[in-house]
Every structure is written in C-alpha cells, then in structure tokens.
Ligand binder design. Structure first.
Ligand SMILES: [Zn+2]
Length: 294
C-alpha cells in the first residue's frame, strides 16, 4: 500500500512540474532574462513618458514595442537610457505624429541605438534642422519614412492601430498630425499628436469612443472641442505637458470640460511618467516621479 502512495505522490509531483513549465496558467508572471535584466514579456502597457512640454508614448504589447513621438532634442539620450533599462532592443513602429521638435527631437538617438522596423510620419517637408537631420540619418541607414493612409491599420501582437487622420496640406503643421486609435481587446486609446479642433471636427464620424484619450496639443484650448470630447467620452484623459510652460498649457477650459465629463485627468507635469496596464478589460494606472520634466 505504501508503494502505491509513493507512486501516486510521484505522479502528482510530475503533473505539478509539467504545469509549472508548460501551462498558460503561469504565463501571466513569466519573465525572461536578457542582458541580465528581467524582461516582462506578457503584459500590455502604455507609458506616457514625462518629457516636459513634448510627447513621447511607449506602447508595449508582450515582447513588442512601439513609440509614438520622441520628445525634444535633449530628451533623446534620456529616452535611450530609459528604453535600455526596460530591456528594449527593437521597435516595431516609430510613429512621429508631425515634424515639430517637441515630437521628433529624440528620433535621431532612437534610430542610432535601436533596431526599427517601420517609421511612420506625415509627408510634410520642413527645413527645421531636427527634421532634415532625421531624413538624412534614415537615408544613411537605408530605411524609408512610410506615410500611412487614413483608415489603414497596423498591428502589434494582440493590439491594432487605426489611422484616424493624417495630412500634409493643412494650414498648421499641428493639423497634419497622425491621429491614432489603438484597440487592445476591449480597451481603447486615442493619441492625437498636436491636432486641433480643425481636425477633431473632420473626424467626428469615426469610431471615437475610447477609454483613454491623450489630449491634443498639450491641453491647449485650440484642441479638445466639446464635440470631440462628447464623442470620445474618455474615462481617463492624459495631458503631456511641461511644468510652468510658457504657453499656459493645459488651458483651464480644457480641464473644465474634462471635469464636466467626469474624466479622470493625469498630467506629466504633476504626475511624472504615467504608466497604464490593460488586461483587455480593465485599465490600471501607476505614476512614476521623474526628474526629466521641462
Ligand atoms: Zn507639441
């Protein structure tokens, strides 16, 4: 009888070991080591990185990473360090919403330090030094800048970007911004670059309902129209903005509109880097104090 018990015990141990190594049941906590760093290869996260009066948003879907905007010129080396800390070696997509310095400034450092599969940018040529340097660097690496079309989609592991807007002929370069909706299972996110009300009113017929809205143009009053906010009805509003910036961003009226809609506001000037995690149904927020603002 003891022998039968021993054999049963061994079988149970065997099943437990098999489950531990093979079952999806344990995959939520799976991490692997790369360059001696723990790399989380399971979760879906979005980092609204504190880069002062600028934008830089990192999207992580399991082991894949994409970046929307790259901060100001001086943010480049800081972003490179931060991304290396996170164990990143490669970006699937780098999306530069529009060629203003506070959105493409760190791009050259990113291209020099990481593998990049796709670079998306509106077809807007400017003679800003930051922009022309990036164009030269991209050419020297035998890469091309791709221009996505409105309503086109591109995917990461379990998430999909949808291009709501892009242009090259608006009066203001801000309004040429690539505007994206990202869906991850039952959660959704809209990123507006610096697009203003002019663009918001042109895309009102799109599927705009979202959980999280990165507000246009750093919370300026020239973006975030009442009509657009009514359509997006975000539970959470993110404002990427510099402390005591010279433009008075975010504007009081923008904050009042969000309060009226009961939208919970996160701001990089007050909260630092804003990190959200989605399990496909629920979204959780953490804020990480940083010294990078401004
Ligand atoms: Zn901007």
């Amino acid at each position: 009888m003891q022998k039968v018990k021993d054999i049963l015990f061994l079988i149970l141990i065997g099943i437990a070991v098999y489950l531990a190594y093979n079952s999806d049941f344990f995959s939520e906590t799976t991490e692997y080591r790369k360059d001696n760093k723990l790399v989380d290869t399971t979760s879906f996260k979005i980092y609204f990185i504190d880069v002062g009066e600028a934008d830089s948003i990192l999207v992580k879907d399991k082991e894949q990473f994409s970046l929307i905007d790259t901060g100001n010129n001086e943010d480049g080396p800081k972003l490179v360090n931060y991304f290396k800390e996170l164990g990143i070696t490669r970006f699937k997509y780098i999306i530069c919403t529009h060629p203003h310095e506070d959105h493409i400034g760190g791009m050259d450092d990113i291209i020099r330090n990481f593998d990049v599969e796709h670079i998306y940018m509106p077809d807007v040529q400017t003679d800003y030094k930051t922009y022309t340097e990036i164009v030269d660097l991209v050419k020297s690496k035998n890469m091309t800048i791709e221009v996505p079309e409105i309503d086109s989609t591109f995917t990461m592991n379990d998430s999909m970007f949808n291009v709501l807007w892009i242009s090259n002929s608006e009066e203001e370069i801000n309004d040429d911004s690539i505007v994206l909706k990202l869906n991850y299972k039952n959660t959704s996110f809209i990123f507006t670059g610096d697009a203003t009300k002019n663009v918001e009113l042109k895309i009102l017929d799109k599927d705009l309902k979202c959980d999280v809205l990165k507000l246009g143009h750093h919370g300026s009053s020239d973006a975030s129209s009442a009509q657009f906010l009514e359509k997006t009805k975000p539970l959470y509003g993110i404002i990427s903005v510099g402390k005591d910036n010279e433009y008075g961003h975010p504007h009081d009226i923008t904050l009042k509109k969000l309060n009226y809609l009961n939208t919970k506001i996160y701001r990089t000037d007050l909260d630092g880097t804003i990190l959200l995690t989605s399990d496909g149904e629920n979204i959780m927020f953490e804020t990480i104090k940083t010294d990078t603002n401004g």
